[in-house]
Design a protein around this ligand. Structure first.
Ligand code: SF4
Ligand code: SF4
Ligand code: SF4
Length: 168
């Protein structure tokens, strides 16, 4: 009798574990709707809105990933850990961070040729991660550790005094 009870408990426990695993898997594979999954993917992205993935921001990239229009390894600021997290969330195979992007080959940061800067603030406004400091009509400078090398500050500069340099 005791053996039968033990076996019954073992079977019920095993079934509960299998059911839990199946529900967990189904939750990842078949979310309530695509928008929910896009939000889950977006939550794993760094939110720097730098467009280095080829999309105009993190959420558009998340939407493209969920629609299987984009690979999971295109976000340089997120690095390999973000690509791995996306693979885990979506149940896709892990991929090395894409080397198609120049940023992933050589990390670069912006530098301002400060004597040329006229303090227009346009680069500061364009930076998605607030890596540029400076006041109106005063020289601006880049906080290198904050810079993702996204290049978004280059086009707005009217005197073309910003460039990207490799980081050792
Ligand atoms: S590269 Fe990464 S951080 Fe930049 S916009 Fe794309 S998803 Fe966001
Ligand atoms: S300083 Fe320029 S290159 Fe660096 S993160 Fe800001 S916009 Fe991008
Ligand atoms: S956009 Fe160019 S000139 Fe204007 S503040 Fe930035 S570095 Fe200076």
């Amino acid at each position: 009798m005791t053996d039968k009870v033990s076996i019954a408990i073992l079977v019920i426990t095993s079934l509960a574990i299998v059911a839990g695993l199946l529900l967990s898997f189904a939750g990842r594979q078949f979310p309530a709707n695509a928008d929910d999954l896009i939000e889950q993917v977006n939550a794993l992205l760094p939110q720097t809105q730098c467009a280095q993935c080829g999309y105009p921001g993190c959420r558009p990239y998340a939407a493209a990933v969920v629609r299987q229009e984009a690979e999971i390894n295109l976000c340089p600021p997120g690095g390999q850990s973000t690509a791995d997290n996306l693979a885990s969330l979506l149940g896709r195979r892990e991929l090395p961070l894409s080397s198609a992007n120049e940023y992933t080959q050589t990390k670069r940061v912006a530098i301002i040729d400060e004597p040329l800067c006229i303090g227009c603030t346009k680069c500061r406004d364009a930076c998605p991660v607030d890596a540029i400091v400076g006041a109106h009509q005063y020289m601006h400078t880049v906080i290198a550790v904050e810079c993702t090398g996204c290049e978004l500050c280059l086009p707005p500069c009217p005197v073309d005094c910003i460039s990207l340099v490799p980081v050792a």
